[in-house]
Design a protein around this ligand. Sequence first.
Ligand SMILES: Nc1ncnc2c1ncn2[C@@H]1O[C@H](COP(=O)(O)OP(=O)(O)O)[C@@H](O)[C@H]1O
Ligand SMILES: CC(C)(COP(=O)(O)O)[C@@H](O)C(=O)O
Length: 280
Amino acid sequence: MVRTAVAFSPGHISGYFRRVEGIGPEETGSVGAGVVISEGVRSTVEKARETSVQVVRQGHASTGSPPVEYALERLGVAACVTTECRLPIGAGFGLSAAALLATLTAANRLFDLDLSADEVAARAHEAEVLHRTGLGDVAASISGGVVCRKGAGIHADITRIYPEEPLYAVSLGALPTASVLSSSGTMARIAAAFPDRCPRDLADFCWLSRGFAEKSRLVAPGVRRVLEACDAERVPASMTMLGNGVFATGGAAEEVLSRFGEVYTLHVARRGAYLIEVKP
Ligand SMILES: Nc1ncnc2c1ncn2[C@@H]1O[C@H](COP(=O)(O)OP(=O)(O)O)[C@@H](O)[C@H]1O
Ligand SMILES: CC(C)(COP(=O)(O)O)[C@@H](O)C(=O)O
């Protein structure tokens, strides 16, 4: 039987962020707040002659993941990787970071690399920043909670709170993170819109995020319609950064979001990426 290692990493919904430019990828990232969520990416890793990545979602498979392939190459290993997720890709659920953290956590054990959890995270963060697929998601998803990141990178000062109530989300489609991060005009508006305090609870997180979404002018017409429906029912809601989607909390949230698509019921994750098993 072929030896395989399996790991999981939670995803992360960013509510507001500001890019922080460092000298290298280690100090580059973002400050901001988000929620590490119970849904994420499960990655199965097998040794191989050449690296290949299969991305499986809802029974459909696609091939290739530049950040994951890059990170494995940097580790000097070749592997056959299968990632699986339920949430849509490129829709602001931090799945690129989750795919990296899950794959590197599994590869670390499979290839007996003896990297610490910090070293695994550092390599995932480097791949994210270099591929412009994220800035603060890896730092968030190494542990759980509603996260407030006060500095860039995985060693930054990060506070976490653990509310019990669920967060609901709906996706209207993808918004490639790299396209937004590459626009200097958009990045300047984002910096000016940044709310300089941490959220107290989930409703406060939605409220701060909404102010940021409006001031940064990132809200597209489809997202605007969902937010207006939430406002009409007094449901705290904002836009998934960076995706064409909305997250919301509170009693009526699930019903309002269900008018626009499949609703994902998400819980605040209690922990970050972890190894599930090594077989045989
Ligand atoms: N589940 C996954 N498995 C492997 N690679 C992934 C996965 N999700 C995202 N990626 C990689 O990240 C890229 C998308 O990045 P991004 O737009 O930041 O997505 P997200 O918002 O889901 O993090 C994809 O083109 C792919 O290369
Ligand atoms: C908002 C984003 C820059 C991208 O998030 P995603 O699209 O989920 O990869 C995130 O990494 C952050 O720094 O807050």
